[in-house]
Design a protein around this ligand. Sequence first.
Ligand code: UN1
Length: 492
Amino acid sequence: MKLQHFLNGRFEPGDDLNYIPVVNPANGEEIAQVPMASKKLLDDAVQYAKVAQKKWALVPAPKRADYLYEIGLKMKERKEQLAQVLTKEMGKVIEEARGEVQEGIDMAFYMAGEGRRLFGQTAPSELANKFAMSVRAPIGVVGLITPWNFPVAIATWKSFPAIVAGNTFIWKPSTDTPMMAYEMAKIFDEVALPAGVANIVFGSGNDVGTTMIEHPDVKVISFTGSTDTGRKVAELGGKHLKKVSLEMGGKNAVIVLDDADLDLAVEGILWSAFGTAGQRCTACSRVIVQSSVKEQLEKKLLVAMDELTIGDGLDESVKIGPVIHRTALHKIHSYTQIGLQEGATLLKGGHILENAPYDKGFYYEPTLFTNVKAQSQLAQEEIFGPVVSLIEVEDLAEAIEVNNSVKFGLSSAIFTQDINKAFQAQRDLDTGIVYVNAGTTGAEIHLPFGGTKGTGNGHRDSGIQALDVYTEWKSIYVDYSGQLQRAQIDTD
Ligand code: UN1
């Protein structure tokens, strides 16, 4: 199957017929081909989006929202089919794929509600008979660059607030997972979203991504992906004075204190470390454990890890699917080797699964290291795979210090039954998301999603805060005094 770009309400095969294969990571089979756009095609898309935006901005927001309700309903109707496509192209197990599609549905209905809010503010004027207010104004054409690990949910976090606020968008999905974008294009088409409001252009970061960031008619860039790429996006965006929203890596930790419910902590660690084969920005990659319960926690984790069935995510009984591609597999494995060189103790896993039935796909054994030093490479760098490092600490203060010692700040979690410690931790953990007695994953779409330090640049995806990325504040003063009144001038 050959996918097509979606431009100005039409499907376009692409102008240079330059296609690359889309591979199912569970078995290495080619499942589709994705066209790679030229700079010219991207430029066409921007022009369509620019023309469409002028009209779209004049559609009343509650009417714009009606399209989002329709999109949400279609996604709901097709939830199972979308989840199947998602598992085939990305590899996550079907239960999680359903969950990701649900995130998209939730975002559609949530942002549709904003069509009847999009609240501005009124303020008293310092002058008599003068009215002051500020409103959210759309910005124009926005460029969305999304990753392969959440091919649909992350795109909905960005595109839905963008369009309800009166912008139009160009979306460049990852070419590793373009099929969900293609499915979304079909839905945009089915609900007759006005031409040019949603445009999907497949292509490389170097061609399409760079051109989009440099393009004078693309006013906002919202990016989710690696810190290295994000830094380049920010540099180039800065040069062209773009508003850039970045969502990047994590090195998220679960803290386990000696008073924790250890069985619950084990469940939380397993789900957030090995779910999605560890390929979430929010994945737990470190466990920071108080020394008195370290051995007990290790034992419980090892027993629980035996239950993790690995295989094709379409099989309902499988808990861990493949990783995205061979390059990822080797990168993950290089961290196991680094861990061993650094003197960490490998308790379990640590291998690429190379024998049948795993030989055709890209599978990595869930891996647990212990006696890991907080400052080691294994404990500091994002791995993006099913590898967890146990770090021993004496007390809560040290746990917080270790948690905060990485350059990322997305998510953190603490297991404790002591409410004072829980509240102290939520204050002191330097991450954008904190969980108490739950793992590091599972953010809900109506709360702001993002992180501190190397994870982001101060913006947030999803939640009401996403609207700040896609709107400008406009302050409006209406003087009904019939006289020239001069602010800041003392007239007494
Ligand atoms: C991501 O990995 O970039 O909080 C997104 C979670 C999901 C979203 C993860 N709701 O784990």
